[in-house]
Write a protein that binds this ligand. Sequence first.
Ligand SMILES: [Mn+2]
Length: 298
Amino acid sequence: MPGMSPSIDPQADEPTLSVRTVWISDLHLGTPGCQAQALLDFLRDVECETLYLVGDIIDGWQLRRSWYWPQAHNDVVQKLLRKARKGTRVIFIPGNHDEFARKYVAHNFGGVDVMDEAIHVTADGRKLWITHGDLYDGVIQCARWLAIAGDLAYEFTLKVNRWFNRVRAKCGLPYWSLSRYLKHKVKRAVSYINEFENAVAREAKKRGAQGVVCGHIHHAEIREIDGVLYCNDGDWVESLTALVEHHDGRLEIIDRGEFAALPGMLPAAKAAPVRLPVVLPQPAPAPAAVRAFYETIS
Ligand SMILES: [Mn+2]
C-alpha cells in the first residue's frame, strides 16, 4: 500500500533484538544499587530461546540487613517468569548473594530451572561452562568475613556514586561510575580480578569446555585466556551489560551503560547539556507474601 512503511512498528512492546541465548547476572534485586528500569527496558527489547540467570539475581545478603523491594524489582521478577511461560527456557544458576537458592538445585519454579552449573552448546558447536564464579573467588572461599566487609564497602561506594552522579546530572555532566573507576585504578583489585579470571578459565578446561560464561566481578568481557574463551556478562548495578549468542553462534556483549539512567541522570555517552528533574526512587513497602516467602527460605 503506498504511503505505508512496513518497517515502522507501532507496537512499542515488540522485541527489537532476536538472539539465540542471553546471559545476565548480578542484578542484585532487593538493593538500591540495582538499576531495574534499565534492565526492564533490556528484557522488553530482547527475545531469546534460552535465558541464563547467572547468579546474584536476588541479593539475600542485603535483604537480610534491610528490606528493600520496590515495584520495579517485582516487575523484573514478573517479566522473567512471563518469558518462561511464553516458551523461553530460563535457567537460574545461584551465586553467593542468592546462595539460599542453592537448596533448590534440580528443582523447577514457575518454569525456571535451578541448576548448580550448566554446559551450553553454541549454534556453532562450542561447549561453554556456565557458573556464577564465586566458588573460584579466593576471598569468598577463604575469608567470608572479608567478603562481607568488602560488600559493605561496595554498597557504600555505590551510595556515594549515586549522590555524586545526581550532582553531576544537575550540572549537566554525564554519568560516571566511581566504583568502576576505583576497580580499574586499584592495582590489587586488578590482580585479584586476573586471578579470578584465570581460575575459572582453568576450571572450564578441566571440564572439557571450550569456554566459560560467568559473572560475579561486575566486569563484562570476552577474551581468550590460555586457549579458553572467557566470557563475563557483567552486571546491572554499574555497567548494565548482558552477554548474547546470536543465531549463528557469535557471542557479543550488549552494553546498555550508555543509556544508564538512575532517575535524574543523563545518559553517559550522548549527554546533552540539559537539566533533568531529580527524582529519587520510591521504595514500595514489601509485599507480605514475598517477605514471608523470603523468611521461610532464608
Ligand atoms: Mn557474586
